[in-house]
Design a protein around this ligand. Structure first.
Ligand SMILES: [Zn+2]
Length: 231
């Protein structure tokens, strides 16, 4: 699939928003947004983009795909399926799950409370899936690469033969080093989304063009609440 076709496909399921007025997690403003949650909403579209990824990485000899919960699970499983079909290797799939550590209920109300350590663990937790295998970590959308790097570190603890990383969209100029220097790193598409500080936006961004803030994605709702509290 060509780049333009992939972008069109992502727009079709609402995963790629353009010409809007979005407030990012960084609090900067911009016109475009990639909505991770929408990538897997259409199984046919998901399968098409997974096939495009599989076709790009088929020569790596991947035997195992790992994806972090929750967003990238359906994508990773689909990539494993298409890799099996393309290469004849029976490619397996496991989830990298965010580690939740049980802690005492701080208010003593007898509730079950958990703390997310930021680390990942394998599900199922079976080292034989990874040991001496050629492993591909499949990500959906990379912004900083920090979470992908933690999954690479997890995979390496199980002594794989090779660790590769692939992503559907690289939207933050994420580099090989940012994701933990795997044996290879590939993104189906790279997007350079321009962003503005609040002051710049008021001067020459979508604030200046009086485009209403998008409250459905990003931090738009919080931004409007803060703005009305300031007024
Ligand atoms: Zn703005």
């Amino acid at each position: 699939m060509e780049r333009e076709q992939i972008l069109k496909t992502l727009s079709h399921v609402g995963a790629l928003i353009t010409g809007s007025h979005v407030v990012y997690t960084s609090e900067r403003h911009g016109t475009d947004y990639v909505d991770k949650d929408r990538v897997g909403t259409d199984p046919i579209v998901l399968s098409m983009v997974a096939a495009a990824v599989a076709s790009e990485v088929k020569s790596l000899g991947v035997e195992m795909v790992v994806s972090p919960a929750l967003g990238a699970i359906t994508l990773g499983e689909n990539v494993a399926y298409h890799l099996s079909a393309l290469t004849g290797i029976s490619v397996k799939f496991v989830i990298a799950e965010k580690e939740a550590i049980a802690i005492p209920d701080p208010e003593g109300l007898g509730r079950k409370c958990f703390y997310h350590s930021g680390n990942f663990s394998l599900r199922p937790n079976d080292p034989s899936f990874i040991k001496d295998k050629c492993v591909l970590e499949m990500e959906d959308i990379l912004t900083t690469g920090a979470s992908a790097k933690r999954v690479v570190e997890l995979i390496r603890r199980y002594n794989p033969a090779k660790t590769h990383v692939a992503a559907l969209v690289n939207r933050g100029k994420v580099s090989l080093a940012d994701v933990g220097t795997p044996d290879s790193f590939f993104s189906l598409i790279s997007l350079d989304l321009p962003s503005y500080t609040e002051a710049e936006c008021a001067n020459r961004g979508p604030c200046a063009a009086r485009i209403p803030i998008n409250t459905l994605v990003g931090k738009g709702k919080d931004f409007l609440a803060r703005k009305s509290a300031r007024a």
